[in-house]
Design a protein around this ligand. Sequence first.
Ligand SMILES: *Cc1c(COP(=O)(O)O)cnc(C)c1O
Length: 358
Amino acid sequence: MRVYNFSAGPSMLPLPVLEKVQAQLIDYNGTGMSVMEMSHRSKAYQEINDAAESLLRELMGVPENYDIIFVQGGASTQFEAVPLNICVNKKADYVVTGNFAKKAFKEAGKFTDAVCAASSEEKNFTYIPKLTAKDFRSDADYVHICFNNTIFGTHYNYVPDTAGIPLVADMSSCILSEEVDVSKFGVIYAGAQKNVGPAGVTIVIVRKDLQDKFQPICPTMLKWATQIKEKSLYNTPPCWSTYVAMEVFRYLKENGGIKAMHETNVEKANMLYDFIDGSSFYKNSVNKEDRSLMNVPFVTPDPETDAKFVAEAAKEGLVSIKGHRLVGGMRASIYNAMPVEGVKKLIEFMKKFELENK
Ligand SMILES: *Cc1c(COP(=O)(O)O)cnc(C)c1O
């Protein structure tokens, strides 16, 4: 039996994609082998690699003056890659809105003069600062933001104006959930395992003018220019993960693209937030206008009841809903692949649990 999996990542994938992958598992497209077994230099894999790139470009409307690469190491490796790849004045400004944003900031400090331009830590990361160009050093090489904060359930409802300083965004937990104007960003990166595909592949989208600003010490494997030049095939790529991601892209395209996904995501998130806000038992502490469509943290009146909620929900097939250890309580991650029915079932359970535990 399939459960409704509210995990923050790795997380649910669309069932039709899993079924297609299963059907192609031992004989991909008449090659007589699995994608897991095939040379990354083979024609079949080259086609997968090319299709992944072109489908993602089409879905996100990535302009021609950007390159897309599929690399290993997760979003965490990009925390290091960013300061090593974009360095002119050796200054970078970071906006600290959560745990991952903080990690990115700390990592950057090893390779550049990284400054925290703004933070929401004083309110336990429950809001997104309203940034203007004045918040940044005019000679900063880039400004780094985390567009959706997976642990704290916040999201930028605007793209900050940096007065021309390249904007670098970690979109690990919101990529493909909503339409974004890629041209407003210098670099976008995202680990796949939240809203795209299996763990192991990381998407990096880099504007062309930012590809030759790497530090001399930048390791070959972390240098975007290396993988851009080789079309993500400088070394053995995460073939399987990229292949499944490609099938997810195809599925999204066949099902109305990002616009349709976003509409459903808004519907799901509104249902859940409206229910929480209307209840005196459950609570979400995030500033309303900064709430994430993807990650919805909430608590009951006390930690013991939270633990009971998590255990009983699992018995109903609503799994991995425990909040991150930094926040406690619960967190429902409702990425693209979570069906509307999953959220409805969660709300029904929440109603029942409230009546029994008030
Ligand atoms: C999960 C996550 C990361 C870490 O991703 P890894 O692929 O595990 O390195 C970084 N940033 C955000 C916003 C995340 O949600």
